[in-house]
Design a protein. Structure first.
Length: 425
C-alpha cells in the first residue's frame, strides 16, 4: 500500500502463483514471513521495516543509491512462464446421511447418539500370552435392540450401514453383520494408546489423501486452529478442557480420520519431512484436548509413545509421536532415555525413515514453553525453511547467550533436550 501510495513502480512475485519461489525468498531474506521487500538488490525487510524507513526519510536515500550486486539475480525476478493455477484446499467430503426410521441423521449425530446412549460393556479376549481387556464393546444383538428401541426400524440394515461407514467395527473381522458379532464403537475408545484419528474407520475413497495430502492436512489444521483460538485467553493460553467439550472438536475428530488414507510411502523425502512436521505440530494440541497434558517426567515420556496416528491404511499399526520424530524424521534413532529404536523392523513404517536432519528440533513443537513457535512447512522449500527456523531460534538472546569476557555460552533447556536426542543416536 505504501509503495502504491508513493507511486513507486515495483514487481510483485506472488508465492501463491509461484510457490517454487519460496525457496528463493528464504535464501535471500532469511525470513519465513511475507512480504519480503528488496530495493535494487538490497533487502529492506517486511512491511513494518519499509514504513520505518519511509518515516525516517531513509527510503528516499536508498532510492538514489546505486544498485547492489544482487539486483540482477534471477531469484529476485518473476519467472517468465505463466503462474500455476491456484490450488484451493481440498473440500471436505459430503456429510454422510443415515435413514433411521421416520427421520434422517448425519454421521456426527449418529456417532454422538451411539456414544452417549448405546450400552457398552468391557469384553475380554484370550490371547496366547494371557488375557487382554478390550473395552467398550457390545454384541450385534445389543446394537439391533438399541436401534429398534429408539427408531422402530429395520435395525439390521442400519447396523450394517454403520459398519460400512466405519462408525462401528466388528471384532470378529470383516464380513456381513451378524447379531452374534462383537461390535466396537470407535468413538468410545479411550484416547491414550488409541490412534487419534480413529474415531471412525475411513472406509470411503479419499481424493484429497491421494492427490493433495498436504492440502488435506492444512484444511484439518485450520479446522483445529479455529477451535483452539476460540478457547484461548489474551495471553494465548488454551483451555483444553473447553476444547474437548466443544461440539466442533468432535466433528474435527471424525474429520481427521481421513488421514488414515494418506500414503507416506508415495511421498518423496522432502514432502514426507514437511508433511510429518506439520502433522506432529497438529497432533500435540489435539492430544492435549483428548488425553490431557502430562505433569510429570514419566507421564510426559509416556505421552510421546502413547499418542499415535494411523497412516498408509495400516489399521493394525499406528505411528506414535516418537515414531514420527525419532523413527522417520531422525532416520530411526533411539528416543532419549529409551533402549530400543523408535521403529522396529516389523513396523510398516520402518522403511519410510529419511536421512536425519537435526534442524527438525527447531520445527517440532511438543507443547513446552521452550519449544519453537509453530510454523507451516512446505514440500517445495523444506530445506530452506529448516535453515531459517534454526537460525532464527539461535539469534534470540534468551535462547543463546554468549559471554565474551569469560568465553562461555549458555543455552536454553530446549537445546539440551535436542542434544540428548542427538547423543541417543
Amino acid at each position: 500500500a505504501l509503495l502504491s501510495g508513493l507511486q513507486l513502480p515495483f514487481e510483485e512475485i506472488s508465492l501463491t502463483d509461484y510457490p517454487e519461489k519460496r525457496a528463493d525468498m528464504l535464501q535471500l531474506a532469511d525470513r519465513l514471513t511475507v512480504p519480503q521487500i528488496f530495493l535494487q538488490g538490497r533487502h529492506l525487510g517486511g512491511a513494518a521495516e519499509l514504513v520505518e524507513l519511509y518515516e525516517a526519510n531513509e527510503l528516499a536515500k536508498l532510492l538514489q543509491a546505486p544498485a547492489a550486486d544482487l539486483a540482477q539475480d534471477s531469484r529476485l525476478h518473476r519467472p517468465e512462464y505463466p503462474p500455476k493455477p491456484h490450488a484451493a484446499l481440498p473440500k471436505p467430503p459430503p456429510e454422510e446421511i443415515f435413514p433411521l426410521g421416520n427421520m434422517t441423521m448425519a454421521l456426527p449425530e449418529v456417532v454422538k447418539l451411539l456414544k452417549e446412549r448405546l450400552p457398552l460393556q468391557p469384553r475380554f479376549f484370550s490371547f496366547f500370552f494371557g488375557v487382554k481387556d478390550v473395552k467398550r464393546y457390545c454384541s450385534g444383538k445389543d446394537l439391533v435392540s438399541f436401534l429398534m428401541k429408539y427408531f422402530s426400524m429395520d435395525a439390521v440394515k442400519a447396523a450394517e450401514s454403520f459398519l460400512k461407514a466405519g462408525i462401528c467395527i466388528s471384532a470378529n473381522g470383516t464380513g456381513p453383520f451378524t447379531e452374534s458379532a462383537t461390535i466396537r464403537l470407535q468413538a468410545s475408545e479411550p484416547g491414550f494408546g488409541v490412534a487419534l484419528n480413529l474415531a471412525r474407520k475411513w472406509t470411503a475413497d479419499s481424493e484429497a489423501a491421494s492427490s493433495d495430502p498436504m492440502g488435506l492436512l492444512k484444511r484439518l489444521k485450520g479446522q483445529l486452529s479455529e477451535i483452539l483460538q476460540k478457547h484461548a485467553d489474551e495471553q494465548g493460553s488454551i483451555d483444553y478442557i473447553a476444547v474437548a467439550e466443544d461440539p466442533e472438536f468432535f466433528r474435527y475428530e471424525l474429520a481427521v480420520a481421513e488421514l488414515q488414507m494418506v500414503r507416506l510411502s508415495s511421498m518423496d523425502d522432502g514432502s514426507r519431512r514437511a508433511f510429518l512436521i506439520n502433522l506432529y505440530n497438529m497432533l500435540v494440541p489435539h492430544a492435549f484436548a483428548k488425553v490431557g497434558v502430562g505433569t510429570s517426567d514419566l507421564s510426559r515420556s509416556a505421552f510421546f509413545d502413547g499418542i499415535s496416528v494411523i497412516l498408509d491404511g495400516c489399521f493394525g499399526a499406528s505411528l506414535s509421536l516418537n515414531g514420527i520424530e525419532n523413527g522417520i524424521l531422525r532416520g530411526n534413532r533411539k528416543p532419549p532415555f529409551h533402549l530400543h529404536y523408535a521403529l522396529p523392523a516389523s513396523s510398516p513404517y520402518f522403511g519410510l525413515a529419511v536421512k536425519c536432519d537435526h534442524r527438525i528440533h527447531f520445527a517440532l513443537n511438543c507443547g513446552a514453553k521452550s519449544c519453537p513457535p509453530v510454523k507451516w512447512f512446505t514440500s517445495e522449500a523444506i530445506d530452506e525453511e529448516l535453515r531459517v527456523v534454526a537460525m532464527a531460534w539461535a539469534e534470540q538472546d534468551e535462547n543463546v547467550k554468549v559471554d565474551l569476557p569469560t568465553r562461555s555460552k549458555s543455552l536454553q533447556r530446549f537445546t539440551h533436550i535436542a542434544a540428548a536426542a542427538k547423543r541417543s543416536s
